[in-house]
Design a protein around this ligand. Sequence first.
Ligand code: NAD
Length: 388
Amino acid sequence: MRIAVVRESHPGERRVALVPESCGKLIEAGFSVAIESGAGAMAGYDDAAYRAVDAVVEADPQGLVQSADILVKVNRPTNDHGRAEVDWINPATIVVGSLMPLREPRAMAALAERRAIAFSTDAIPRTTRAQAMDTLSSMSSISGYKGVLLAAAELPKYLPMLSSAAGTIFPASVFVIGAAVAGLQAIATAKRLGATVTATDVRPEVKEQIESVGAKYVGIELTEDASAGGGYARELGPADQSRQREMLIDEVARSDVVITTALIGGVFAPKIVTADMVRSMRAGSIVVDLAADGGGNCEVSVPGETVEVDGVRVMAPLNLPATVPEHASLLYSRNLTHFITTFADGGSFQIDLEDDIQAGCLIARDAEIVHGPTREALVSLAEEVPDE
Ligand code: NAD
């Protein structure tokens, strides 16, 4: 089968879906790989590196998509940004990438209309067997790391304790809200930089994980279980929300940096940090809202922008993995390669819906949306009453 990689056209995107190392592995497994000239350039992988592993470098993205048996992408294919990727896809083309189906269900319907076979790696079950294919974890970890670096660069203070002839400087306090993959990496990064770190989550099992990476856990006893299965959280009920808010008022006010990473069902961001909490922080403090791609955890966050409220800067960066493009691409590419080679037989990808990984992450096939949550999201969109 022919695997095709095109340059990502999404504004601000610098990653590439396959790096040369992975192309070599896929070619060894019997596939052919063709890549658009310059597709890896912004991530530090030039055409010569692809040619060196026997990938074919071509100039025409349309020809690449049309000739692909498997199209691998970082972002979902679109007809925007000066390209008509979706329209170029032929029936039965296998599309693999972090398609984020619930954030843009209509884009999945467009893939179904093209009769593509679409797999979204962020719907892969969070099992031990699937770990090596888990793009969500690889990318979340980068966001957690980079979020702390952004805060450190903006904070008008040191993060670590420092003793010098001019006296002692005490460490900055960092508070992390939501401690799954991104949050735990944020804690570890802030600890490495010498900050005092506190963290919270709503799933009780996370307390031990927070402590194992060296942070202090704070939390409330919930009246209702907040676990939604698969390690994901559900939205807190009104009583628990108000008790959590009480707890957060003090924690946020005393922190120099607040990093938020909370998501419901891995997709949508609950509003947790209120505008009043932001105002209660000392001037110069920083909030980094790492849930900005899902709408943001902070009431005043503007996704993609930094806003200032009474001297507190609230950063809501989008797509942080694209700011670490070399390693983000390397990890993403390895995840996709594991996915493809796990189901490969003699250079051919075998569709097997008895397999829990494929069944979990297949979004569209035979002109239909087969992924239950995406289907439900499309039904909800269809039921929305248009504005007068
Ligand atoms: P996520 O991005 O969906 O959520 C981030 C965190 O926000 C979660 O820990 C959640 O409990 C928390 N949260 C939600 N609402 C909150 C609130 N009101 N206040 C505070 N925190 C709140 O998480 P993720 O990184 O995608 O990980 C989801 C789960 O999958 C985790 O349990 C993780 O350990 C697990 N996981 C398993 C594997 C594997 O086994 N292969 C791989 C990766 C992740």
